[in-house]
Design a protein around this ligand. Structure first.
Ligand SMILES: [Zn+2]
Length: 275
């Protein structure tokens, strides 16, 4: 039987039978793996909290019969600000699902682990910042995944990307409005290009492109150290970042769908209320 301990981010915990849980964890050295927690529902409160999803815990594991088991767990950081806020919980689930997608088994986790921990910390402590935090995580996660966009210049005319334009999502580049207008005037952009990929253009203004560029290039610890106060710029930033990540990972996320359902529900006014 092999024992080892590792600081672990719990990405997911699902019930397995009456009293056990299957944890998906992400660790710096061993990457992502699965481990079974026995007697999850009869554990002491403190230890049970250390095995909750989206918790950063020191876990002692043992390996038996090719399966990893949890021997004990001690929470290092529980991110308490997430626990009583539905939207934050759903966002945390989404960040952890993306982190799982961007990590492998038996490979060190690399930059996605500190990014996710940093993001959970921001989410737990900040107020009214969910949209900005989500966008920054998405753009940076895309970069960590190897899809960093070119946001310094227009891809066509090389003018600086300090004006209105678009994020050409599939080509990972900024295109200024003048260039796109010129192109459109000659031949309307095809919905699907020769490679069969859909053309996805997200409108950007100077503030939103600057924010995306900042997030893509900032030192790891400074990813969230930017401001974007204009509502329109924040919306553009957030739409472009989400679209960019999802298109490059070529998949959707159940946790993001859940988050959108929740947002739609909380934004819905009762029918007899005058808007
Ligand atoms: Zn241009």
């Amino acid at each position: 039987m092999q024992h080892f301990s590792a600081d672990s981010l719990i990405l997911r915990a699902v019930d397995r039978g009456e009293n056990d849980k299957l944890l998906t964890v992400l660790t710096a050295d061993y990457g992502k793996f699965y481990a079974i927690l026995k007697g999850a529902h009869s554990m002491h409160r403190r230890e049970a909290a250390a095995a909750e999803p989206f918790t950063w815990s020191n876990i002692e594991f043992y390996e038996k019969g090719g399966v990893k088991w949890v021997k004990s767990a001690t929470a290092i950081e529980t991110f308490p600000g997430l626990r009583y806020d539905m939207e934050k919980l759903f966002l945390a689930a989404y960040f952890c699902e993306v982190a799982g997608e961007l990590s492998d088994e038996r490979e060190p986790a690399g930059d996605i682990l500190p990014l996710t921990l940093n993001t959970l910390h921001m989410l737990s402590t900040a107020t009214g910042e969910n949209k900005r935090i989500k966008g920054a995580f998405e753009m940076r996660a895309a970069c960590v995944g190897g899809f960093a966009p070119e946001l310094l210049h227009c891809r066509e005319c090389f003018c600086p990307a300090d004006r209105n334009g678009y994020l050409d999502v599939m080509n990972g580049a900024f295109v200024c409005r003048e260039c796109l207008d010129k192109k459109q005037a000659i031949a309307p952009l095809p919905e699907v290009d020769e490679l069969g990929e859909r053309t996805v253009l997200c409108p950007l203004s100077p503030g939103s492109v600057a924010a995306l560029r900042y997030v893509a290039e900032a030192p790891a610890k400074r990813v969230f150290a930017f401001r974007i106060t204009d509502e329109r710029e924040l919306s553009e930033f957030s739409r472009a970042a989400e679209s960019y990540l999802l298109h490059h990972l070529e998949r959707g996320f159940q946790s993001l769908e859940n988050l959108k359902k929740l947002t739609a529900l909380t934004n819905k006014r009762p029918s007899n209320e005058v808007p």
